[in-house]
Ligand binder design. Structure first.
Ligand code: JB8
Length: 348
């Protein structure tokens, strides 16, 4: 995939050289081209903004530099054998950026991101390019940034990790929150790793049981509970056809509208509401996080043989003080830093 980014602050995109996306670029999976919008101005001051027609606060980005820049970039691509790109313009007034849109954009060969600053880009730029390419004004959330750059970083990270070969097989994307399929309109439940007890907090027993069917059911229960608690807006959008009998029973056992959410724009907070309310005690069957037994197991469409006879159950971690053996799948063990802070800024 090729990605062009136009901005008056191309330095914002240094993080694209790091980690997952940096690796994808080294491997040639992703080709990122940064462009300084001011390179397409022709006055000594390299002016990109002007006062808004109709008055009002702030400045608006002039259309001419955008037109020159986007014309050149689009033309350069046709020369390298690529078709027309899609143009993505971050703005708080755009359509929501969702996992579904990330999946859709990850299938494109070429994306161009146009980063506005000030009060945004003269709207005729989007109108002009919409006559030639697919243009999407996109919002990453209901808050206002100072410009489109950070929104583009967010989108490229979400898109980039979906490109074939970017994630290892072990980091499969299908269990992600919001992933198309079983996790559509659901957020993931809690995750745990070793040790099995830390500062008195136990890992839920079911996760140590090796019983894959029970684990899958427990994780789905947790996803439903967390979505209910934190994202009632998503729960309302859940397609009942994607719910099994157990899902429906669990949801019916949860109280309606458990708490105020950032995504809820109606409902006044209750008079007792505090800035950081204590989590509600689950009203339904005891939370599995407390170690209580699960009421039932997931009934998969095709029975999971592992559920009936776990072929190779994970051995439960002994609660003893035996040191963890290094995890063979996770590379070199971290050097121990007993009690204190880790050494400053390990280069990773
Ligand atoms: C000027 O909040 B945002 C966002 C804010 C912006 C611009 C673009 C995006 C341009 N302010 O997603």
């Amino acid at each position: 995939m090729r990605i062009d980014i136009v901005s008056i602050f191309p330095e914002y995109f240094a993080p694209l050289g790091v980690s997952l996306i940096g690796k994808a670029r080294e491997r040639g999976i992703l080709d990122v081209c940064l462009h300084q919008l001011r390179d397409w101005t022709d006055d000594v001051h390299r002016t990109v903004d002007d006062t808004p027609y109709g008055g009002g606060p702030g400045m608006v980005m002039k259309p001419e530099p955008w037109g020159e820049a986007l014309d050149d970039i689009i033309t350069s691509g046709a020369a390298t054998g690529q078709d027309q790109p899609r143009l993505i313009v971050p703005t708080p007034s755009g359509r929501p950026f969702t996992q579904q849109l990330a999946v859709e954009l990850a299938a494109e060969p070429w994306l161009v991101f146009a980063c506005g600053r000030y009060e945004g880009i003269d709207s005729r730029v989007m109108a002009e390019y919409a006559t030639r390419l697919r243009v999407d004004e996109v919002s990453i959330g209901d808050y206002v940034l100072a410009g489109g750059e950070v929104a583009v970083l967010v989108m490229i990270e979400a898109i980039g990790r979906l490109l074939p070969g970017v994630l290892g097989n072990a980091d499969s994307v299908t269990d992600d929150s919001f992933a198309p399929g079983a996790m559509h309109n659901l957020v993931e439940g809690p995750v745990y790793t070793k040790p099995p007890e830390w500062r008195g907090h136990r890992v839920p027993d079911v996760l140590l049981s090796g019983h894959h069917g029970k684990i899958a059911r427990w994780r789905r229960d947790q996803a439903l509970r967390r979505t209910h608690a934190n994202r009632p807006d998503l729960l309302a959008a859940l397609d009942p056809a994607t719910l099994d009998k157990h899902d429906r029973a669990l949801l019916s056992s949860l109280p309606p509208a458990p708490q105020e959410t950032a995504s809820t724009e109606t409902a006044e907070p209750p008079p007792s509401a505090t800035p950081h309310p204590a989590p509600l005690a689950p009203a339904g069957p005891a939370s599995a996080a407390s170690g209580a037994p699960e009421p039932a197991e997931l009934a998969p469409a095709a029975p999971d043989p592992a559920e009936l006879a776990p072929a190779a159950p994970e051995p439960a971690e002994p609660a003893s003080a035996a040191p963890e053996p290094a995890d063979p799948a996770s590379g070199a063990p971290e050097p121990a830093a007993p009690g204190g802070r880790p050494p400053a800024t390990p280069a990773t």
